[in-house]
Design a protein around this ligand. Sequence first.
Ligand code: CU
Length: 87
Amino acid sequence: MTMTFINADEGLPHELVLTTQRPPYGTVGATPTVAGAAVPVLVAASATAARENVSSFVARASGTLYYVCSVTGHAAAGMFGVFQVVG
Ligand SMILES: [Cu+2]
């Protein structure tokens, strides 16, 4: 799977990890548990350019993963979602 992560937020940096760790998350976010499915912190976008990272990983089993922003405080504030692997 190829994942494109875009930070279009001009005010804040963001990060993305995929994890099997369920919410709730503390101030430090979550630990990545899927090899290759972590995006380093993308700095805030400029007025003219979003920040982008493309990463690839192999989902080895079906199930529920969570995508989580691990910048301090972001996951605790609700910056996460669910990712279903089927097949
Ligand atoms: Cu964030």
